[in-house]
Design a protein around this ligand. Structure first.
Ligand code: SAH
Ligand code: SF4
Length: 373
């Protein structure tokens, strides 16, 4: 939760990616810039980083030469290393990124006709171990810092050639905070990253096009709505506590009733998306669908039915198409849109729940305790 990861320092050069304008100005002052000019310089630097996508100070022609030289010496504006890139037959792209300490995460871009969503990771691994999720088989190695989260967006824009950041006509329009990790267990840093992504003088994502998915960290849900205000997706997956305890173990701490209460209080006026992975013979009966409708009563909601995406050694199978249709029909009849999500990028293990990287450090006790509190 409030485990702070300092931006990585590369050979004495500090990474400036992930700092907001106030922090950039403070850094400039610490390097000897005059207080009076620091805000203007920070604004210009911010523009170069997030509107132009600059990776080197020498292109920053609006900055004085002396400042460009200083940045060359003391700042690092580089992206994480792209260790691998894969492209699915359906156009989905996945990048494996390595940070300076060697830890790796995956980022996935899912293009549609006239828009596209980037699925960003927030942790290396996950403290939770949902039974159907590949990421859940990894131990949590560490939280990502704001710069490491924002860098995933920069890498995608680099690859798509979408600099400068434009309001219209771009393919990377949406962000989904649904990659590796439980974002609300890394609250402060995910918040800083998403606020940067929403900054209209920078990356310029629209709040309506950003969605955070949580497995159900109840005490943080309302705060996220108030402080960041994006759309919310909740990984429900089961309608009885007994089953949800098993599938989504965080349910033992915050059971279904508490989770739905938090959803009722979510302060953003937008339907909440309930994600429901379809597991053959486990959670996909007509009775489950009817109970789902009963539970959602009074909550403006949409139900995303996700066909289970298999991964090596997974203990479940996906419900047959006919079963998913029957389940959807019951939910639809009660007035909740319930689209069946078309799996994207399954062939490159880029679909929901398939992300996993090699991790190289034991799980620090500190993080485990933080996550459990
Ligand atoms: N940790 C957050 C966000 C990442 S997971 C969360 O759990 O919400 C994004 C979505 O993919 C969640 O709804 C998750 O439950 C779902 N998911 C995980 N494994 C899956 C799998 N194998 N097939 C389909 N969906 C899966
Ligand atoms: Fe973590 Fe989400 Fe996977 Fe559960 S579904 S293990 S919370 S990433």
């Amino acid at each position: 939760m409030a485990v702070v990861v300092e931006p990585p320092v590369v050979a004495e050069r500090r990474s400036l990616i992930g700092l907001d304008r106030t922090a950039l100005a403070a850094w400039l002052v610490a390097q000897g810039e005059q207080e009076a000019s620091s805000r203007l310089r920070a604004r210009q630097l911010f523009h170069w980083l997030y509107v132009r996508g600059a990776t080197r100070p020498d292109v920053m022609t609006t900055l004085p030469k002396s400042l460009r030289v200083l940045l060359e010496e003391r700042a690092n504006l580089e992206r994480p290393r792209i260790v691998a890139e894969q492209r699915s037959e359906d156009g989905t792209r996945k990048w494996l990124l390595r940070f300076t300490d060697g830890q790796e995460v995956e980022t996935v871009f899912i293009p549609e006709e006239d828009r596209g969503a980037l699925c960003v990771s927030t942790q290396v691994g996950c403290t939770l171990s949902c039974r159907f999720c590949h990421t859940g088989t990894m131990p949590l190695v560490r939280n990502l810092g704001p710069g490491e989260i924002v860098a995933q967006i920069l890498v995608a824009r680099d690859a798509l050639g979408e600099w400068p950041s434009a309001r219209e006509g771009r393919l990377l329009t949406n962000l989904v905070v649904m990659g590796m990790g439980e974002p609300l267990f890394n609250y402060d840093q995910v918040k800083a990253a998403i606020l940067l992504a929403l900054d209209g003088d920078g990356l310029g994502f629209s709040r309506r096009r950003v969605t955070l998915s949580t497995s159900g960290v109840v005490p943080k849900i309302e705060a996220w709505g108030r402080e960041v205000g994006t759309g919310l997706a909740v990984s429900l997956h089961a309608v009885r506590d007994e089953l949800r305890d098993e599938l989504v173990p965080i349910n033992r701490k915050w059971p279904i009733a508490a989770l739905l209460d938090a959803c009722r209080r979510y302060p953003v006026r937008r339907p909440i998306t309930f994600e429901y992975v379809m597991l053959r013979g486990i959670n996909d009966s007509d009775a489950d669908a009817r109970e789902l409708v009963r539970l959602l009563r009074g909550i403006p909601a949409k139900v995303n039915l996700i066909p289970f995406n298999p991964w090596p050694g997974a203990p479940y199978a996906c419900s047959p198409a006919g079963r998913i249709r029957a389940f959807a029909a019951i939910v639809e009849a009660a007035g909740y849109p319930s689209p069946v999500r078309t799996p994207r990028g399954r062939d490159i293990l880029a679909a929901c729940g398939q992300l996993k990287t090699a991790s190289s450090r034991p799980r620090p006790q500190r993080l485990e305790r933080a996550a459990a509190s």
